[in-house]
Design a protein around this ligand. Structure first.
Ligand SMILES: *Cc1c(COP(=O)(O)O)cnc(C)c1O
Length: 377
């Protein structure tokens, strides 16, 4: 019997039956090792980004595994409260800040740091008297044009924050649209935006990509806070370097089992729509994982699947609960054999590229049906 690691309330608990052989094995030592890489690259502190249920790995479990992290970053107050309710006491910043005045109250009661990205958030803050001051990070739009205020409009907000005794400006931050080496020119423009003002507090600018390239380090000091996310989970944020080349270690290995094997004759088709046709007589293995688990339905024929140490290829469309794999070249494969979908033997970034997406999405779309279990003692 394998016990599951603790999850958020809606996901698996240790009481859940764990007889289905479909797991995400999480190597917590490797998560810590990747955090150390981020920490070593950052001139200042590094807040581990564990939003979206820890990029699918389990938000509370990640926070516990990274118990020594300088702090954590989450998207919303709900996620921050899940950490506090689990007894996590490290600093937590909420990247989207408060959605309403009630969330200012929660932040004040629970020592959460809030990003301010729009003046309306300060109006909501003014609707109530807070028991304790709240530390805020002011977000600058450096060219992504998603959230944040323009650099030349920031001073008005800084004045408002300074005038409010219950707020404490801690950092000025931005999030780059092009830190992955897709466009060095766009990144240079964003850096210039951040250099266009003199800021009263240190800056927080680096995501995983900027942390690894160091291209934005001109903006950082020993009081800066970096915000590494995807690199912690062992996926490369850079277009031209793999996770292994960056020294990142695999954290999640998604595994299942062969549950059925049958023969196939040349010319026969497999799966919905008959998308794959056998070129010669052979064997098909059926594996207990599908898009109902978050294995991407876009995975095309030929996507690698590791069975028993053999690299095999997906044959036919991904179903909700099953995939079909061509095992014609491997007579030793049997029902019950372990299958790796991505992880230690198959680079998740390779699977993502074949599916026209990024590992971020593959991790995040794993469903609660996939049990997360610890891969180490
Ligand atoms: C998600 C997020 C990060 C982390 O990005 P990675 O590319 O995963 O390192 C950092 N900063 C902000 C504001 C984010 O929303």
């Amino acid at each position: 019997m394998i016990s599951t690691v603790s999850q958020t309330a809606s996901a698996a608990t240790s009481k859940q039956l764990t007889t289905r052989p479909t797991y995400a094995r999480i190597n917590w030592a490797n998560l810590r090792s990747n955090y150390q890489i981020a920490k070593a690259q950052a001139p200042g502190a590094a807040y581990a980004v564990i939003k979206a249920n820890g990029y699918g790995h389990g938000i509370v479990a990640c926070a516990r595994a990274l118990g020594e992290a300088d702090g954590f970053a989450v998207a919303c107050v709900d996620e921050a409260m899940a950490l506090r309710q689990a007894g996590i006491k490290r600093p937590v910043v909420v990247l989207q800040g408060a959605y309403c005045s009630k969330e200012w109250q929660l932040a004040s009661d629970n020592d959460l740091q809030l990003v301010v990205q729009h003046p309306q958030q300060l109006q909501q803050r003014a609707e109530l008297v807070l028991p304790n001051p709240v530390a805020v990070w002011l977000k600058i739009n450096s060219g992504m044009n998603r959230v944040g205020v323009r650099a030349d409009e920031a001073q008005a907000l800084i004045d408002l924050i300074d005038a409010d005794e219950q707020l404490q400006l801690r950092l000025v931050m931005t999030h780059f649209a092009d830190a992955d080496q897709g466009s060095d020119a766009a990144l240079a423009d964003a850096i210039q935006v951040m250099q266009s003002q003199s800021w009263p507090v240190p800056l927080s600018v680096s995501n995983s990509a900027a942390t690894l390239t160091g291209l934005a380090s001109v903006l950082e000091t020993s009081d800066s806070v970096s915000r590494p996310g995807i690199l912690l989970y062992g996926s490369s944020p850079l277009l031209n370097q793999s996770a292994a080349e960056l020294g990142l270690k695999t954290v999640m290995t998604l595994t299942s089992q062969v549950i059925h094997i049958h023969t196939i004759k040349a010319g026969e088709k497999v799966g919905y729509g008959g998308d794959w046709t056998a070129e010669k007589d052979g064997r098909i293995a059926v594996v207990a994982i599908g898009y109902g688990d978050g294995y991407p339905r876009q995975a095309p024929n030929g996507t690698p699947v590791m069975i028993n140490g053999h690299r095999c290829a997906l044959a036919g469309r991904v179903s909700m609960d099953m995939i079909t794999v061509d095992i014609s070249a491997h007579d030793d494969i049997q029902i019950g054999d372990a299958v790796e979908l991505w992880g230690e033997q198959i680079d998740v970034d390779d699977i993502a590229a074949r599916c026209n997406t990024i590992a971020y999405e593959l991790f995040c779309q794993l469903t609660p049906r996939v049990k997360r279990i610890a891969a180490e003692g």
